[in-house]
Structure formats: C-alpha cells, structure tokens
Design a protein around this ligand. Structure first.
Ligand SMILES: C[S@@+](CC[C@H](N)C(=O)[O-])C[C@H]1O[C@@H](n2cnc3c(N)ncnc32)[C@H](O)[C@@H]1O
Length: 249
C-alpha cells in the first residue's frame, strides 16, 4: 500500500542524519565491502550500459558501477546525502548523474530507459516496496535486471562503531514492521527501518513481473573476516541477502 507523503518523509529521515551517515560510510562501517561486490557480480558486465542506482545515497555503488564502465544515473530522496555524492563527483568526475527522485515512482526516468538497476542496502528504507518494483519494471528495458542487497532480515543488527552489540532478530520474524535497533551507533539505531521476511521481498518483485532466472539469482552472504573478528556470533547468522530479478525479454 502506498502511504501518502511517504516519499518526502523518507528523504527527510536521511537528511536529519546525513552527516552521521557520511561519517559511517567514511569509516567503512556500512557493509559496502560485501554488498557492492555481490551486486556487481549479480549484474554482470555493465560497461557502456545505462544503469540506475536506486536510493544511491552518497553514491558508493554509483562510483563502483561507473568505475566498471557503466553510464550511471543515481536517484535518492535525501538532498543531504546527494550533496555528498555531488561533491565526490565534482572532486573526481566519473560521469555520474545523480538527482533527487522517488524510487517508488521514478518520475524522472522514461519507460525502458535503463539496462539494469541496482539498490545497495536501500530496500529496507523503502516504504512501498510494491510501488518500487513496479516503477523499476517500467524503466527497465525488456531483458534488463534489478539487483538488490539488504541486511539479511534473519540477521542480528550490525553496529556501525566497531563495538558490535548484537541485537536479536526482530520478533516476530513474519510480521512486517518498522523497527529501530537499540544500538545508537548503527544506521538502524539512528533511524527506524523496515523489517520484512525474505519472502515479502521476492513475492512483491514477482508480482510486479520481475523474474528469478538462473544462474544463482539468490545469495545469502556470510560476514567477512573483519566483522567475524568483532562478532564471532555471525558465524551462526547470515549477514546480507542479495538477489537478481529480470524483466522478461
Ligand atoms: C541505508 S541508505 C543506503 C544508501 C546507499 N545506497 C548506500 O549504499 O550507502 C538508504 C537510502 O534510501 C534512500 N531512500 C529511502 N526512501 C527512498 C525513496 N522512496 N526514494 C529514493 N530514495 C529513498 C534514503 O534517502 C537513503 O539514502
């Protein structure tokens, strides 16, 4: 269900913590080191192709895509985070065009205008997942792919400060709801995000006409060594979840 005004609210949420989010990115506390390689692998070759970075934030994925040769358009609701993406692009241009837009409608993009779309750690912040998938299905060309990566919904909350405080899985797992981690040093402690069971992420995409196609469209990613060193508990838990969906050709 689309919540009236939800888009504007989501942008304002990140504007309020933009400087802290930028600091967490700079200190490598956001799991980009695991998420971005997984997304690049799921997307396959992107050189010379128009690729959309959904909920691009400060543009870490945008820059990795552009370094791989993609023609990148990034969209996000938060002017505060986009400002940092623009600053990086000004300092070291890679040809990235990022702008303010709502991922739930993608009003700035024409139909069938991108070969691929990717969303790095953003779907847990999207209020209306159905609307997002329908918007993505509209802007993808036939045969185009969407890859996304999220914190695994069955994982404890990751911290952002190196002194990991494991939170239990949000209970009950099967109920969609916004929740907030008890760790104020983590993004999910700074802002409430959506908890959704994995099946919700996949069923909503399938309902929007996006398909799961081989090879290996679903990935449950373990924590990397530096996270395990801080938090051995991750040996018993998944860390991130990534998926690739395809618009039929
Ligand atoms: C956890 S951050 C991830 C940012 C970035 N992809 C990264 O990897 O650092 C979630 C992002 O989702 C954005 N966002 C939330 N709702 C949105 C919407 N409806 N449309 C576009 N961006 C949205 C927020 O502004 C924020 O930048």
């Amino acid at each position: 269900m689309r919540v009236a005004g939800a888009g504007a609210g989501a942008g304002a949420r990140y504007d309020a913590i933009a400087e802290r989010y930028v600091a967490l990115v700079a200190s490598h506390s956001i799991p980009h080191d695991t998420a971005i390689p997984a997304l690049l692998d799921l997307l396959g070759p992107v050189a010379g192709r128009p690729v959309l970075d959904l909920a691009c934030g400060t543009g870490q994925l945008s820059r990795a895509l552009a370094a791989a040769g993609a023609q990148v358009v990034g969209i996000d609701l938060s002017a505060g985070l986009l400002h940092h993406a623009w600053e990086q692009e000004r300092a070291a241009p890679l040809g990235i065009a990022s702008r303010r837009d709502d991922a739930q409608c993608l009003g700035s993009l024409p139909d069938a205008s991108v070969d691929a779309a990717a969303c790095c750690l953003g779907l847990t912040d999207i209020d209306d997942l159905d609307a997002l998938y329908h918007a993505v299905a509209r802007v993808l060309r036939p045969g185009g792919v969407l890859a996304f990566c999220i914190n695994h919904p069955a994982a404890p909350a990751t911290s952002g400060d190196g002194t990991l405080t494991l939170q239990p899985v949000p209970i009950p797992y099967l109920r969609q709801r916004r929740w907030r981690s008890g760790n104020p040093a983590s993004v999910r402690g700074l802002l409430p995000t959506w908890h959704r069971p994995l099946a919700v992420y996949l069923n909503a995409a399938l309902a929007a006409g996006l398909w799961l196609t081989p090879p290996e469209p679903l990935r449950e990613l373990p924590a990397p060594a530096h996270v395990l060193a801080r938090s051995p508990a991750y040996r018993q838990h998944p860390y991130l979840f990534a998926a690739r969906l395809r618009k039929p050709a």
